[in-house]
Structures are given as structure tokens and as C-alpha cells.
Design a protein around this ligand. Structure first.
Ligand code: GLC
Length: 472
């Protein structure tokens, strides 16, 4: 089967969040299963020179962005057997950073339209286009409105994947014709609550809607999680399902990872102790056996930072040390800085996005705390599992689907249900007790490290869905 995976970011070329990990690893898993999976994304200015120099120029053409005519170049790269198409337009993508510009709507209108237009020029026709989040949400819309009956475009199926329902691509109604170039008689497809809503338009037009965990697929039908879109989704529930993401298990492998001080395996975890020692000394934390909790996250409220704030001192009193890295809202950055200042030998807070330090925390910490208010899938808990760092999570979305409480025999972490700081504290208390029982802790680590986080199962689920659409 031929699958085009359309995303606004994909590893190794461009990354700002979990979408890039998925777009960089799911297509490779589909290719491994014998399919022709290709990826398309923008050619951002920030693509590293060594990757940029490996790209080959294929063609160029003009894209209609409403009444404007814009240049689009197509470059091709091959990584791990997967072909990537990078779409070039310096006006839209020759900027520092991926998102957050005043004309983001127009930039991603261009991307979605260019993806469709590209198919006329590359001599390859996909059976399925899987697009992702609001930035490529217009692909199924354009397909249905403009392309479906054009020569060479018949019978392409579209899948829309929600990685986070919070970011919907919401704009004033005036963009409909002026930027999207969509005739007014299609208003119904795009209008929601008085705005143009790109995500809702994808719900209307895509053949299937998927999301990144089974639990999130039903959570988003509830107003507490849906950021207003539950009504739009309830109508389309018949085409909605959730598949748990995998991670790139070759990249995140403690046995071979060159970014950690000492490699280790599930059979011999001695190296992990050295990773912990090295982490403590790197961060100037007190040496000693007390457990270290790792926190690697964006500092925003839906990651549950308020719960951490509320009982932070109580967790210190349980005898924990903390290795924290992340950035985000100032109020949280200040909080963690203050805690590090108050407990210099127990708390380290690095403000920023530092992937290499994050990796050393995944490897060197004993537990990983992720009390998210909502979490579509979450990748950090799975990376932690691989490195034998026991996740402490709230039972929501993908956290609920990947982590089982160690109160059960097959538990690989510690979980709590309610969005409540003392419930989280209780989970950290139980984890602390388990940590003191060395035999039990070893067993939990073993369960964690042998949990299957690969794409094997989920790639099959995606393929099943694609086959159903294509009628194979
Ligand atoms: C988004 C979600 C995260 C998910 C990732 C990849 O970043 O917030 O939970 O793991 O997408 O699907």
C-alpha cells in the first residue's frame, strides 16, 4: 500500500514536540511492514545544514493560496528507507521557529494546498493520506472540495490524526474565502461556534479520524477534555478510533544509546547506577541512594505542574531528589527555580529545551513524574520505561493505556485517578515504599523495561484501518 504521511514536523528534519517523533517513526514502521510510506513536511530554515545538504531538488510549481500565486519547490531526502518530501517556500518557512507567526493560518493553508498540488508532479499517487493536527487539517478539505474529481486524484482516502485537540486552528470567518480560498457555499464544512475551525473541517471531510491512544479517543467526547469540540466529534464518532503511539525503540535504547554515560540492559542494570551517579554529580545534587524523580516537560498547566507545586515540599519530605528540565510559563519556571534555590542539594532545575540532558535524566533518574491533566498519548513515560525509570502518572489518555499500577502483578509504574495533588502524593509515597524494597523494585524495573513500546502493534492497527478504507 502507498501511504503519504503529512505533518508540519517530522524527525530528523524538524521537531518541536511529540508529533515529530511520531512522523519520524510510524512511517518507518509501515515501511518495515513492506509498504511504501512517505512523509511530507515544510522545508524550514532551521533544518540542520548536514541534513539539508543531503536533499535532492525534484521539481517546482505554483500553488494557489486564495488569489495569490506562490512558489513551491520540492526536495527529497531518504532516511531509514523512508522518502521525505520537503516543501520549500522561503516567504512562509524561511523563519526562525516553526509556529507562532501572525500568518500561521496562511502558512499552513499553503502547506496543505501544496501537498495536494505536489501529487501532480512527483509521479507517485498515494492510496491513503494520513494528515496530522490542525496544520494539515485542510488536506482532506481541499481533496473533497477541489481535487477529488481531477484527473489522477480518484479514490485517495484520507485519515486525520489528532495529536492534541487543544490546538484547532481557529480563525475569524473572513479567512474562509480570503485565505483558504474556499467558496462561501462550503461554509458549513468549516464553521464552528462562529469561527473557521480547521480541525472541525477535517472531522467533516476525512474518511477516518484517529487519535493517539484508545483512552483519549473517548475522553475527547467529553467537554472536560474536548476544548469545545465534543459536539463536532459526537456527530462523527462512527469514524473515530484511537491507537497508542509507539516510540523509536532503536533510538531510545539504553543498550546502545551514545548519549548516556554508561549503557545497560534489562539483564544487567549496573550501568544505570552509574548513570544516576553521573547525573547527581552533573547537577550538583547530594550523592546517595535516595530516589531521584525526573521531570522533563513543557511547563504548562495541562501537564499537571500545579499538582507538583502544591505538594512539592511533601515529596521532598518523603526523601526524594529532583532532576527537572523544561521551559514554559514563567510562574512555573520561577517556582522550580525557587525550589532549587531552597533545596540546592536535592533539587536541580534547568530552564530550557535541552534534549541531551533530558536523555541523561531518562537514564539516570529512578522515577519519572507525569501527572498530566490530559495527555493524548505522551512519549516521555514510554522512553522512561525503556530506561527502567519508573513512571508515576495520572490515569489519563495514553498514560492510562501504557502504565499499569505496580499494586498489580504486571505493574510497570504508579498511577492515580483524580486530578488531585494528594492522590499524586500518595502514588509517590507508594513508589517510595516500593523503592525501599530492593527485590520488589528490581521486579518493577524488569516489567517496565520489557514493556513493548515499539510501533509493531500500532503500525498493524493503522494498516488495518488503511486496508478497510482502500478495500483490500
Ligand atoms: C502531542 C500530545 C502528546 C502525544 C504527541 C504525539 O504532543 O500532546 O501526548 O504523545 O502529540 O502523538
Amino acid at each position: 500500500m502507498k501511504i503519504l504521511y503529512a505533518a508540519s514536523e517530522a524527525l530528523p528534519y524538524a521537531a518541536s514536540g511529540g508529533l515529530a517523533d511520531v512522523a519520524g517513526s510510524l512511517p518507518a514502521a509501515l515501511a518495515k511492514a513492506g509498504h511504501d510510506a512517505r512523509v511530507v513536511l515544510p522545508l524550514y530554515k532551521n533544518v540542520k545544514p548536514e541534513l539539508r545538504s543531503g536533499l535532492e531538488f525534484i521539481t517546482n510549481f505554483t500553488v494557489d493560496v486564495s488569489w495569490r500565486k506562490q512558489y513551491c519547490g520540492v526536495f527529497k531526502g531518504v532516511v531509514n528507507g523512508v522518502t521525505y518530501y520537503l516543501l520549500d517556500n522561503e516567504y512562509y518557512f524561511g523563519r526562525d521557529g516553526l509556529y507562532g507567526f501572525y500568518d500561521d493560518c496562511e502558512r499552513f493553508v499553503f502547506l496543505s494546498r501544496a501537498i495536494m498540488e505536489m501529487l501532480k508532479y512527483i509521479g507517485w499517487k498515494p492510496d491513503v493520506i494520513n494528515c496530522n493536527d490542525w496544520q494539515t487539517a485542510l488536506v482532506p478539505v481541499y481533496y473533497n472540495v477541489f481535487y477529488k474529481y481531477q484527473y489522477g486524484f480518484d479514490n485517495i482516502k484520507t485519515v486525520f490524526t489528532i495529536h492534541n485537540i487543544q490546538y484547532q486552528g481557529k480563525y475569524g470567518m473572513e479567512v474562509l474565502n480570503e485565505v483558504l480560498g474556499i467558496p462561501m457555499y462550503h461554509t458549513k464544512l468549516l464553521e464552528y461556534d462562529g469561527c473557521v475551525n480547521l480541525m472541525k473541517a477535517a472531522f467533516e471531510t476525512a474518511d477516518k479520524i484517529t487519535t493517539v491512544s484508545p483512552s483519549y479517543a473517548w475522553e475527547i467526547l467529553d467537554p472536560w477534555y474536548s476544548h469545545g469540540l465534543d459536539r463536532a466529534l459526537a456527530n462523527k464518532q462512527y469514524k473515530l478510533c484511537g491507537f497508542l503511539n509507539g516510540i523509536d525503540t532503536a533510538l531510545y535504547n539504553p543498550e546502545t544509546d551514545p548519549l548516556i554515560p554508561k549503557n545497560f540492559t534489562v539483564k544487567n542494570t549496573k550501568g544505570k547506577e552509574e548513570c544516576k551517579k553521573a547525573l547527581l554529580s552533573e547537577l550538583n545534587l547530594q550523592d546517595g541512594d535516595e530516589p531521584v524523580i525526573g521531570i522533563v516537560t513543557r511547563f504548562v498547566s495541562h501537564k499537571g505542574i500545579d499538582l507538583i507545586k502544591y505538594v512539592f515540599e511533601d515529596m521532598i519530605n518523603l526523601g526524594y531528589k529532583f532532576a527537572i528540565v523544561g521551559s514554559g510559563e514563567k510562574i512555573y519556571e520561577d517556582f522550580f527555580k525557587e525550589m532549587a534555590w531552597r533545596h540546592p542539594d536535592k533539587v536541580s532545575a534547568t530552564i530550557g529545551f535541552v534534549p541531551s540532558l533530558a536523555r541523561r535524566i531518562y537514564a539516570g533518574a529512578d522515577m519519572f513524574l507525569m501527572p498530566s491533566q490530559s495527555e493524548p498519548c505522551g512519549l516521555a513515560q514510554m522512553i522512561s520505561l525503556r530506561y527502567g525509570t519508573i513512571p508515576i502518572v495520572r490515569e489519563t489518555g495514553g498514560l492510562r493505556d501504557s502504565i499499569k499500577d505496580a499494586g498489580n502483578d504486571d505493574g510497570n509504574g504508579f498511577t492515580f485517578k483524580t486530578y488531585n495533588a494528594h492522590d499524586m502524593l500518595d502514588a509517590t509515597r507508594r513508589a517510595r515504599e516500593a523503592y525501599n524494597d530492593k527485590k520488589r523494585w528490581k521486579y518493577i524495573m524488569h516489567t517496565a523495561m520489557t514493556t513493548d513500546c515499539s510501533w509493531d502493534t500500532s503500525a498493524e492497527l493503522y494498516l488495518g484501518l488503511y486496508r478497510e478504507l482502500v478495500g483490500e
